[in-house]
Design a protein around this ligand. Structure first.
Ligand code: B3K
Ligand code: ZN
Length: 853
């Protein structure tokens, strides 16, 4: 297979300033024709090469109105053109309803829609499918009016009307030049929630969210989030929306979260639809976060786009950072930061530590679809956040202003972004750029020595970056580390500063420190690194009560729990008392926000404990984590009961406090259940039945699903009956069972894969069962290897339909080197079995072969 390398980038030879597309839409057979103006770049020469894919064949090809000679070279249509500017017209035919890959033009639940990023447009029309070719589009669609009364595309609606034989047409024009990955159209029988937004310069923007008629009531939250995002981007980044229309369409079959097509965002319905009965608080937050993310792309992605796909983090890292800032501003900064760091540690740290590790700006790929990763997105966002931390909000904003002005209407690079930051701030960021090229999570060792005689504290910091595939030797990185010292006697803060670490080893001296200091480090998680300190359990417990940085305070409890679990897993037992004391004190602190307390009470996941061990022992981890949960439940039974009662309200409200209370309540319920409270199952069943919202209902179901009480089966059956017609909620039914901590989970998951509601064709459903199961460390790593076999079978079956989504399921098997030899061999054997399967997609081939390398 062909490897694409960053160093091979060459600018396009032919440009396509305009393209007029005509679609005659039909699910079985859609004809597409394009008329493009093509121009040879100054000083360049050579044939016009147009990418195709998915078996696309030209029906007719004309140049300047005359039938033309053409040839195929692989999937490319090649034309030798005599002059420097021509009009090229091509007609093709495609079959949307046969498109199971969900890339290009496809059918979903009776509607037709597109997904073009990264390389889907070539499955619709022959074109230079690369982000640095920008064109002005007009799109004319005709379709059966009864089946497809709504016809949408990018930009402004400029014409339409009825035709005979029950068909109608619509034409759209997008005045902004864009790369083809931002092209979109939708045709369907859709209802619209209409609203409007007045921009700060007084322009009215018509907003529309399109769904099936019956789902329209569930779009209120998304619409509110959209309007809030538009206002926020004006206030915080000075970015105003630029078209008269902004539409969003929700579709049921979608490979990922959503897509930022210019003026016509297309969403996985799970990130649009929300009402109290069907969506959890986490779903509400995700809806707002993704709506904001896609909206923010209008500037960070669309007005300024990527030169090539190696620059993906230019738009994704920056836009994730922007959506994180937005969500923090809508609620609690501390809770949002905790959630974002938890997601980074759960998804990105393991990626950075395994065979698929890559820098946020990768160097090569077989299939770009495999690089929409937690590294490019979430670590990418951390890198932008560090720039914000290093420069400060004001200079950072000057940098983004300069970046947007300088590059508006063009396709550019990550380096250009950092250049703008440098030029606007006057700061030298050359060393900082290593974050774009070096993979691996840096480790920082911190040790604090108190020299009582001199009233001095001496902090030694040492950093190292682990070797990753293709990168053996690493240079020290620039690490902004927020630090503070607290007096072990009074809890008073003795010092606070930000150290910008640049070297492998640095020493910081704090003068005038007479009381014994305790170190608080990487406060607010100022650098995406792993910190090792020599702080004792007592010091951590102390910080958990006294640190004035909420993240650091959370982190102190988490570190204490993690140390306890790692010790327990390694030695078979551990002292639980410091954790119990810290949790008791946190629960007793009436000043704390319930959402913050809830975050702090979440015991590190089994996978995260596994990530800390040289050899992951799933059974020992489950045993020790269960023991800690049981002790916390038992020892604090009365506290959990009180918390459960105090936070139990039966009237749904959507606000940060109410959300925090719901969260805390179900955590308390979980501890009551593991702590042996006799009425726990009854309480959970009561909560399940009486809930007026999905957070409470699914929370109770999750608690029951982990146990053996008879209420478990009753609740699962009731949940199924109530929601069998709602596919997004049914996904939760599959996920809850796949995450169950029972011994029979692998067997149950295999059974669920044969359930009539399970299907490989819907990515959400596939992830709800298979993706969730692989996150269940104990169950997935069943010593028999049946979990591995199940995953490999699912990947192979899904690969025949939808390679992109199949390939995303592979990474858990790539962790085989971290398991003991028997499991490692079983995992490796499944990877080898996949690799030996004929007809593998390049998506799956890349992930499997890299996992074995
Ligand atoms: N830009 C899209 C992701 C496309 C993924 C293609 N494999 C959504 C987003 O990040 O906003
Ligand atoms: Zn994005």
């Amino acid at each position: 297979p062909h490897v694409t390398r960053r160093e091979d980038y060459a600018p396009p030879v032919w440009l396509v300033p305009t393209i007029d597309l005509v679609f005659d839409l039909d699910p079985a057979r859609t004809s597409v024709s394009a008329t493009m103006q093509v121009e040879l770049k100054e000083g360049a020469g050579g044939p016009l090469r147009l990418d195709g894919g998915g078996g696309l064949r030209p029906l007719t090809v004309a140049v300047d109105g005359q039938p033309a000679e053409w040839r195929m070279e692989g999937d490319q249509l090649v034309l030798d053109l005599a002059g420097r500017a021509h009009e090229v017209a091509i007609a093709v035919e495609i079959a949307p309803e046969a498109n199971t890959q969900l890339m290009g033009l496809y059918a979903s639940g009776g509607l037709l829609c597109t997904q073009c990023e990264a390389e889907g447009f070539r499955r619709i029309m022959f074109f230079p499918d690369r982000p640095d070719v920008l064109s002005r589009y007009t799109v004319r669609m005709t379709a059966d009016k009864a089946r497809f009364p709504v016809l949408l595309a990018n930009g402004d609606h400029v014409g339409g009307g009825d035709l005979d034989d029950g068909r109608h047409w619509a034409q759209w024009r997008d005045p902004f030049p864009k790369p083809c990955y931002l092209f979109a159209l939708v045709a369907g029988d859709l209802a619209c929630r209409a609203d409007q937004f007045i921009t700060r310069s007084g322009r009215t923007v018509a907003l529309g969210i399109y769904t099936a008629q019956s789902d329209l009531p569930k779009t209120e939250h998304a619409m509110a989030a959209l309007k809030a995002s538009m206002a926020w981007d004006e206030q915080v980044y000075g970015r105003e929306y630029d078209l008269a229309v902004f539409n969003i369409v929700a579709v049921g079959d979608f490979n990922f979260g959503a897509m930022e097509n210019k003026g016509l965002n297309i969403f996985n319905s799970r990130y649009i639809l929300a009402d109290p009965d069907t969506a959890t608080d986490a779903d509400y937050d995700a809806v707002a976060g993704v709506v904001a993310h896609e909206y923010f792309h209008n500037w960070s992605g669309n007005r300024v786009t990527c030169r090539d796909w190696f620059q993906l983090s230019l738009k994704e890292g920056f836009t994730v950072f922007r959506d994180q800032q937005f969500s923090a501003d809508q609620g609690s900064h501390a809770v949002k930061r905790i959630e974002d760091v938890r997601a980074l540690r759960a998804a990105q740290f393991p990626e950075d530590a395994g065979p698929l590790a890559h820098p946020i700006r990768p160097e090569s790929y077989l299939e770009i679809g495999n690089f929409y990763t937690a590294t490019v997105y979430n670590k990418g966002a951390e890198v932008i956040r560090m720039l914000h931390t290093l420069l400060g909000a004001e200079r950072f904003r000057k940098g983004t202003d300069l970046y947007f002005t300088r590059h508006d209407g063009t396709a550019t690079t990550c380096d250009a972004f950092v250049d703008a930051m440098e030029d606007a701030s006057g700061e030298d960021l050359s060393r900082f750029r290593l974050w774009y090229s070096q993979a691996g999570t840096p480790r920082v060792k911190a040790s604090l020595v108190h020299e009582t005689g001199g009233g001095r504290a001496r902090l030694t910091l040492e950093q190292s970056v682990p070797a990753t595939p293709g990168q053996r030797d690493k240079q020290p990185m620039v690490l902004p580390l927020r630090l503070a010292l607290f007096s072990a006697e009074t809890g008073k803060r003795l010092a606070a500063q930000m150290v910008v670490m640049q070297d492998a080893r640095e020493e910081i001296v704090f003068e005038g420190v007479s009381e014994r200091p305790i170190l608080s480090i990487n406060r607010d998680f100022s650098a995406p690194v792993i910190v090792e300190t020599d702080r004792s359990p007592a010091d951590l417990a102390f910080l958990s009560a006294h640190d004035d940085d909420p993240f650091a305070r959370y982190e102190a409890v988490q570190q204490l729990m993690l140390d306890t679990l790692v010790a327990g897993a390694a030695r078979g037992e551990a002292d639980h008392r410091p954790v119990i004391a810290a949790v008791r004190d946190t629960l007793a602190d009436a000043h704390l926000d319930p959402a913050f307390v809830a975050e702090t009470m979440l015991i590190p996941t089994e996978s995260f404990v596994g990530d800390q061990m040289l050899v992951v022992d799933p059974e020992a981890i489950r045993r020790t984590r269960d023991a800690l949960r049981r002790d916390l439940g038992r020892e604090l039974l009365e506290q959990w009961r009180a918390i459960y009662a105090a936070n139990h309200s039966n009237r749904f409200e959507y606000n940060p406090t109410a959300k925090g209370m719901r969260r805390l309540k179900t955590i308390a319920l979980g501890f009551l259940a593991v702590g042996g409270a006799e009425d726990a199952a009854a309480l959970a069943f009561g909560q399940f039945n009486d809930a007026d919202n999905m957070t409470d209902r699914q929370g109770a179901l999750g608690v029951l699903a982990n146990g053996t009480a008879p209420e478990r089966e009753t609740a699962l059956a009731a949940f199924y009956d109530r929601y069998r017609g709602d596919s997004l909620v049914l996904d939760k039914w599959f996920t809850t069972q796949a995450l169950s901590m029972r011994a029979d989970t692998p067997e149950q998951v295999e059974r669920l894969a044969r359930h009539p509601d399970f299907t490989l064709t819907n990515p959400n459903r596939l992830r709800s069962l298979v993706g969730a199961f692989t996150a269940n460390q104990y169950a997935f790593h069943d010593p028999s290897g049946r979990g591995y076999r199940f995953l490999a079978d699912m990947v192979l079956a899904a690969d025949r339909l939808n390679p992109q989504t199949a390939a995303k399921l592979i990474p858990p098997l790539g962790r085989w080197r971290r398991l003991e030899p028997t499991r490692a061999a079983l995992m490796k054997a499944e990877l080898e079995r996949m690799l030996a399967t004929p007809g593998l997609s390049k998506d799956v081939f890349e992930q499997v072969s890299k996992s074995l390398a």
